[in-house]
Ligand binder design. Structure first.
Ligand SMILES: [Zn+2]
Length: 338
């Protein structure tokens, strides 16, 4: 996984990225229905996360890209996939009462098509006047989660059982990016995620240094929030909130989402105290007891393609995360600091 740094105004950060990808990146073709949805999403993105449109504009100017095509790529990414291949991730948020260090711990495996491993990047980002962060993605501007200088951690997961009707709204990678850039704690992040329209079903796991954990389960029509204080919450790739069951089609649940869910539950039922970074690294890396994931879906090879853990000290300090490049079963976690 590459590590990149970016800082400055949103336009400048976009311009720099665009210049780097000039003549390298080609946005995929976009059919009229997708373009129409992109235009509708644009108005909502403009209202709630306007800085990100500035960054997209900078990206297009820096790389001489067509603005409509890049907006369609980022604002409705994945629209043509009825079922994202290999979609499946695991996130566990442990409050201070469960950890040996007394610091909240956040553990995340990102599972997807292994061809996308080549595009995965860790970004150290410092938007002018906003919060610095370390985050992870396989495409420009949007993110799948990370940790910011305020000690707020967020990670996103596909709600694979969502019935898959897209609506105009803000795509999950952009809303996660906005949270990292702007929100100081779980409360602020939840207020934002409850306020914005979402394009489809997704799950956000959030934790802060004050030991507040939230699982925010979203759909275009309804959002359900579950809180824990000092305790724990976790998620795989299906809804848990009763309120969202009306949007859930169990037939669509991704392969082994339930199996990973049960593994996490068993692990936490057996080990509710004194959990360490090492314990979580072992659990994320293990196949038998844990959730390191390798499988095929429709002939496409998928796996846990990166993994990260953040410990959140109350007193602050540099932004830190332990991460593996590639499957955690194949490599050691390395500490990254920003
Ligand atoms: Zn593995």
């Amino acid at each position: 996984m590459r590590t990149t740094e970016n800082s400055g105004t949103y336009y400048d950060m976009g311009f720099k990225l665009g210049s780097q990808l000039k003549n390298v990146f080609n946005p995929p073709p976009c059919h009229p229905e997708k373009l129409k949805l992109s235009f509708q999403c644009r108005e909502i993105v403009k209202k709630y996360t306007p800085d990100l449109l500035e960054e997209i504009k900078g990206f297009c100017d820096g790389g001489n890209f067509d603005l409509e095509m890049i907006e369609a790529f980022l604002l409705v990414l994945g629209y043509e996939l009825f079922y994202p291949p290999g979609g499946g991730c695991t996130v566990i948020a442990l409050g201070s009462e469960l950890t040996e260090s007394g610091c909240p711990l956040f553990a995340r495996n990102y599972d997807f098509n292994i061809e996308f491993q080549a595009y995965c990047e860790m970004t150290l980002r410092a938007p002018l006047g906003k919060l610095r962060s370390i985050s992870f993605s396989d495409h420009m501007i949007g993110t799948y989660g990370g940790i910011n200088e305020s000690g707020l951690v967020i990670a996103i997961l596909l709600a694979s059982d969502y019935d898959n009707k897209w609506q105009p709204g803000i795509r999950v990678n952009l809303s996660a990016r906005w949270v990292l850039d702007n929100c100081h704690d779980t409360e602020e992040a939840v207020v934002f995620l409850e306020k914005i329209p979402h394009v489809r079903g997704q799950i956000f796991m959030i934790m802060d240094k004050k030991d507040n954990i939230a699982r925010v389960e979203t759909s275009p029509l309804e959002v359900a929030v579950t809180y824990a204080k000092k305790d724990y919450l976790f998620s795989t790739n299906h809804y848990q909130a009763e309120a969202l069951m009306k949007y859930s089609n169990p037939v669509l649940i991704s392969p082994n989402s339930v199996e990973r869910f049960n593994k996490v539950k068993t692990f936490l039922d057996n080990r509710k105290t004194n959990l360490t970074l090492n314990d979580m690294m072992e659990f994320l890396s293990s196949h038998k007891e844990g959730v390191c994931n390798h499988f095929e879906f429709d002939g496409i090879k998928a796996a846990t393609i990166y993994s990260w853990i953040a410990e959140i000290p109350e007193k602050g300090g540099p932004i830190q995360t332990w991460a593996t490049i590639g499957s955690p079963c194949k490599g050691k976690y390395k500490l990254y600091t920003y």
